[in-house]
Design a protein around this ligand. Structure first.
Ligand code: GLP
Length: 258
């Protein structure tokens, strides 16, 4: 794992956008794993502004709410349309999210896994992190081997996401369909982005704490090609900061990004 600290959120977001652009430029048929949340809105704005050619890419989102009507604006499908898909040249039929509106969620989950596999797997998976340590909607106690499935959301997560539902926590769905931790770990590369002081404690737990299903993001420590990009505020509780900065300042692979 590498941890890159940038001076502020704008620089952290810009670095993530540059990394993704380089992946798509090198491999125009790249299979992208995408994430939602407020942090990612800025990443999508940057990717759009860069005018990247996504016409041959496929995408798979981490998760989707369960139980909302297909036209509900709280759906992550809507979020993705609004912030990204409607603004780039990706083929709509190549954009995928788990089907949280399906009658048979178990079937929808296994279909999603099969679709990822038949697309050759995810080349690069973008990740945010919830304050309780989830990646996707893998709430505490999610098995590190878990696959795509329905998961009950914690009260903390529902509160955190209430803004997208007019500020009313009761309107936030209580379940979501999410890629499992095991599904995420199969992506060829992981890029986790976290910004702001509110994420400092959980970033330190995920990066430097024990690997535990209580903090599903800690499973990224098992991945051989994982980058964690943070701003200074989110890096504040990392013990090894000095070494991580040294790596970024000295390793040749980072020369063009410094
Ligand atoms: C939601 C998503 C997560 C995301 C998290 C962080 O819960 N399911 O994938 O990481 O939000 O959100 P934010 O960037 O708004 O802090």
């Amino acid at each position: 794992m590498e941890v890159i600290t940038r001076p502020d959120a704008a620089h952290a977001v810009a670095l993530v956008a540059r990394l993704l652009e380089s992946r798509v430029t090198t491999n125009p048929r790249c299979v992208l794993g995408l994430a939602t949340g407020r942090t990612m809105e800025r990443v999508y704005a940057q990717l759009v502004a860069r005018g990247i050619n996504f016409s041959q890419c496929k995408s798979f989102n981490l998760d989707e709410y369960v139980g909302l009507a297909p036209a509900h604006t709280g759906l992550y499908r809507h979020y993705m349309q609004q912030h990204f898909f409607s603004k780039i040249d990706i083929e709509p039929r190549n954009t995928h999210l788990p089907d949280g509106c399906a009658d048979d969620l178990q079937r929808a989950a296994s279909d999603y896994e099969a679709l990822i596999a038949s697309s050759g797997g995810i080349d690069v998976q973008l990740l945010g992190i919830g304050v309780a340590g989830h990646i996707g909607f893998n709430e505490p106690l999610s098995s590190i081997m878990s696959r795509t499935r329905a998961k009950a959301l914690t009260p903390t997560t529902r509160l955190q996401n209430a803004e997208m539902f007019g500020g009313n926590v009761d309107d936030v769905p209580s379940r979501a369909l999410t890629m499992g931790v095991g599904t995420i770990l199969e992506a060829k590369e992981l890029i986790l982005l976290a910004t702001g002081a509110v994420k400092a404690e959980i970033v330190a737990k995920a990066v430097e704490g024990p690997i535990t299903s209580m903090v599903s993001a800690s499973a990224i420590q098992l991945h051989p090609n994982c980058k964690v990009i943070v701003d200074r505020a989110a890096a504040a509780q990392l013990q090894g900061r000095e070494y991580y900065d040294f790596v970024f300042a000295n390793e040749p692979e980072w020369a063009e990004y410094r």
